[in-house]
Structure formats: C-alpha cells, structure tokens
Ligand binder design. Structure first.
Ligand code: MG
Length: 256
C-alpha cells in the first residue's frame, strides 16, 4: 500500500530528512584518507543523534536466516562495493577512493533516507565521471516525478540515461516509498518501461536512488550477508534523496 502523507506528516518527514542532510554534511566535512569507515560511521551517528534523530539502519533486520541485524548507523561502500558495506575499524579510507555513504535518520516516527558517493583525495577522472553520472541520473529521473505520471516513467528515465553514458544500473536493488517505515511501497527500479507502475500522487514520499556500475551490472553478495560488490571489480556509485510528490515540481526533502 502506498501511503499518502498529510500536511502534518509531511512536516515531520521534512524534519527527519533535515537530520539526514545534516549528518551527510558532517560526513562530507570529516571524510579524509587515513580514517576508518568505523570513525566515519561514528561521526554520522553523532550528527543524527545531536539533531534529535535515531540512526534507523542500526538493528535493521536482514531478512535472511543466520545473517545478523545491521550493526551500524550507516552503510559505507568503497570503490567496487555497491551498497550495504559495513563500517569497520580495520577498513581505512585511502586517497583516490570513492566512498558511498547511505544513511537513514528516524525522527518523530518518520524516516529520511539519503546517500552520496564522496570523492576522497585525488580521484581518477573516470571515477569522477561515474559519480557525476550517478547524481545526474537521479535528476533525470525526478524530471518525471510529477502528479499523474507513473513510477515507470522515473525508472525508464534513470535507466536510459545511465545506459546512454555507457554504464549499468543495478537490477537487484531499487528505490522505495518511505515514511513511518524505511521501506514502503512502491518499489522504484532504476530501469524499466515508461508508462507502467503506480500513478504518482501529491503526498507520496519516495527515496529515489540510482546505483550505477562502471562495468557489467552483475553483483555479488559477500559472506557477511550485507555487502554488495560488482562482479567484475569495476567501480560503483550511489546517489539518493527522499522526495515529495506535489501538485507541481517534486520537492527534494534531503537537500536544504
Ligand atoms: Mg538509503
């Protein structure tokens, strides 16, 4: 079921999204070569809590028997890691890495979801281009995030743009509705046919999140049950905002 948020609920969504934005701001200011992903996770968690939020990813169920609940406040995925990398005291961020940080802030019962891929130090022009295309894919998608359009219009725009740039989208993971639950209906694939899927209505809040691979789209899931990597070892990037469907243009709630 797709939830339509009331104006009161939209105000609460905005607050949660602001906390996610502020946490990313703290991450952006702190990230540097030589630090561990655990340290970066702590910085994000502190920023979320300082602003009255709860890191919603911590303790999130894996849904897979034998795989523990998610242990950290953020997902930090470096280079060929696509998503759901687990922060670690032994994983050191290096000069030239591209580092995807995905976090969800829960505040007053509502969730704000946001991901960015950060360029650390001297990043290759190829990696920079991948990160830029992934960001642009989000903006190509939300051109269609308008009342009366369908989810498939967003998916199609993202997929076609990424393909036109010579990259692949991840097929096994997708964007999603968001609100009281981190993951709500509808699913928002990063590829698909225009004109298909649920119709967009004002009051829907959606996490639109292109996950883009430099090479082939195939992925591995690592033995930790969480980390997703590219099979061919090529780079991956991630860009996500929580948006609100309105009577006119979509509002990006995680950019202030
Ligand atoms: Mg996310």
């Amino acid at each position: 079921m797709i939830t339509i948020k009331s104006s009161r609920e939209i105000e609460l969504m905005k607050e949660a999204c602001k906390v996610a934005f502020l946490a990313h701001k703290a991450v952006e200011e702190a990230i540097r070569p030589g630090m561990t992903t655990y340290e970066l996770d702590m910085i994000a968690e502190e920023a979320i809590r300082k602003n009255g939020g709860i890191p919603a990813e911590k303790g999130y169920p894996s849904g897979i028997q034998g795989v523990p609940n998610y242990p950290a406040s953020t997902c930090i995925s470096i280079n060929d890691e696509v998503i759901h990398g687990i922060p670690s005291k032994t994983r050191v961020i290096k000069d030239g890495d591209i580092v995807s940080v995905d976090l969800v802030a829960l505040k007053n019962g509502f969730n704000g979801d946001m991901a960015r891929t950060y360029l650390v130090g001297n990043v290759s022009p190829e990696a920079k281009r991948l990160v830029e295309v992934t960001k642009q894919a989000f903006f190509e998608g939300i051109k269609y995030a308008k009342k009366g359009n369908r989810i498939g219009d967003i998916s199609h725009a993202i997929g076609e743009y990424v393909k036109s740039q010579g990259y692949s989208v991840v097929r096994e993971f997708q964007g999603h509705g968001i609100g009281k639950e981190m993951h709500e209906d509808p699913g928002i694939p990063n590829y698909g046919k225009a004109g298909r899927g649920p119709r967009l209505e004002p009051g829907m809040t959606l996490a639109v999140e292109p996950m883009v691979i430099e090479g082939k789209p195939d992925i591995w899931e690592l033995e930790d049950g969480w980390t997703i990597t590219t099979q061919d070892g090529s780079l991956a990037a991630h860009y996500e905002n929580t948006i609100l469907i309105t009577e006119k243009e979509p509002k990006i709630l995680t950019i202030l």
